[in-house]
Design a protein around this ligand. Structure first.
Ligand code: PLP
Length: 388
């Protein structure tokens, strides 16, 4: 099974995506790959596998390989592994830290990741340090003093949309001997390439924009160095712990990826329009979006990201919790649901989910911007804000 997508060299990534990684099914000429359903594969009379690449489906299958090859190409990486969810991918990376080791994680990121790392580290006697990665010098100092086994960033962060300086953090990690992993879910590999900035691993919840249709759970990790210790651990972990993506979900993901470039273009343009509209709205206190000139890391975001700033933003509405919930409740087009990166726009009151002590402002609404017509999104927000 070849990892490299069999497509013409030098193709733009948009073209590679449109062809689902390229190539066709060798047996039939089909332009869409079949869904491999077999879990096990036969051996011949001499007990040699009929196909050396096909033994048992927890290890690998041709569709995983094709999809992983496409994602590795998107990331500018050497190899990728799909997982059964974003959290399964987070877990495989995090478990690479040995008992007694140290893990430094950016504070104020996706709460599921934070929660998992807190529990894992407590159980495994791993020292967990949580620090603001956008307090750049303090974060760099933390790395050089504590020399963590693993540093975990989320760029942009969910739901605060902070943008950490991947390049300088990667350089410090190299000096300290730390592995740097970046969750770039809210950006997509089309607009942020952490490996090119020096990260050792990049991770995505494929549940979000990579698939883009809110109909599967998946995760993916990519490396620039398939011979690294970290990658050996992660590939073994996927195989032995068995957090593999199902074949049908992998097929859906590959289908979703065909339209990623178009979706990202529209979502980014819509998000920029929504952020710009809300930034001067009289019922809004603040908009958190790295595409806005007033964002504290706007210049950094401009230099790290290409072609947009993502489809996730947060808005602090004027007033408190009740006002935010009233706006969420009055939206007609935005669906009130968690998650992000789908074709449909979503609104979420994160304080309701994370609660007291979470540090989430009570008047914060997180918006995941979809591919609807931009004017409809602005009208819906305007009419909902008019009610407070
Ligand atoms: N990373 C980020 C930034 C997320 O927002 C999420 C989920 O919301 C995850 C990871 C976890 O992904 P999944 O829900 O696919 O397990």
């Amino acid at each position: 099974m070849s990892k490299a997508p069999p497509a013409a060299p030098g193709l733009h990534l948009d073209s590679l995506l449109a062809h689902g990684g390229g190539g066709f099914d060798a047996a039939t000429g089909a332009v869409v790959p079949p869904i491999p359903t077999a879990t096990t594969f036969v051996r011949d009379e001499n007990y040699a596998p009929v196909s050396a690449d096909h033994i048992y489906s927890r290890d690998d299958n041709a569709l995983f390989k094709k999809t992983e090859g496409l994602i590795a190409a998107l990331e500018g990486g050497a190899d990728s592994r799909l997982f059964s969810s974003g959290m399964a991918a987070v877990a495989a990376v995090a478990r690479s830290v040995p008992p007694g080791g140290t893990l430094l994680v950016q504070s104020g990121i996706y709460w599921g990741t934070t929660l998992f790392l807190r529990k894992l580290c407590a159980r495994n006697k791993v020292a967990l340090i949580e620090a603001d990665a956008c307090d750049r010098q303090a974060f760099l100092d933390e790395i050089s003093v504590t020399r963590p086994d693993l540093v975990w960033l989320e760029v942009p962060s969910n739901p605060f949309l902070k943008v950490a300086d991947i390049k300088s953090i990667a350089a410090q990690c190299k000096q300290a001997g730390s592995v740097l992993a970046v969750d770039a879910t809210a950006a997509t590999p089309l607009i942020l390439k952490p490996l090119a900035l020096g990260a050792d691993l990049v991770m995505h919840s494929a549940t979000k924009a990579l698939n883009g249709h809110s109909d599967l759970l998946g995760g993916v990790v990519t490396t620039p160095d398939a011979a690294s210790d970290a990658w050996r651990f992660i590939t073994e972990e996927r195989k032995l712990a068995g957090a593999v993506l199902g074949s049908f979900e992998t097929w859906l993901l590959l289908r979703g990826l065909r339209t990623l470039a178009l979706r990202v273009e529209r979502m980014n343009a819509n998000a920029m329009a929504v952020a710009t509209f809300l930034a001067t709205h009289p019922k809004v206190d603040a908009v958190l979006y790295p595409g806005l000139a007033g964002h504290p890391q706007h210049e950094l975001a401009k230099s790290q990201m290409q072609g947009g700033f993502g489809s996730l933003l947060s808005v602090l509405v004027k007033g408190g919790k009740d006002d935010a919930l009233k706006v969420a409740g009055a939206l007609d087009l935005f669906q009130r649901a968690t998650s992000l990166g789908g074709t449909e726009s979503l609104v979420e009151h994160r304080f309701t989910i994370e609660g007291e002590g979470s540090g989430i402002p009570e008047n914060l609404l997180r918006l995941s911007i979809g591919i609807e017509h931009g004017n409809d999104l602005l009208s819906d927000l305007d009419q909902a804000l008019a009610g407070i």
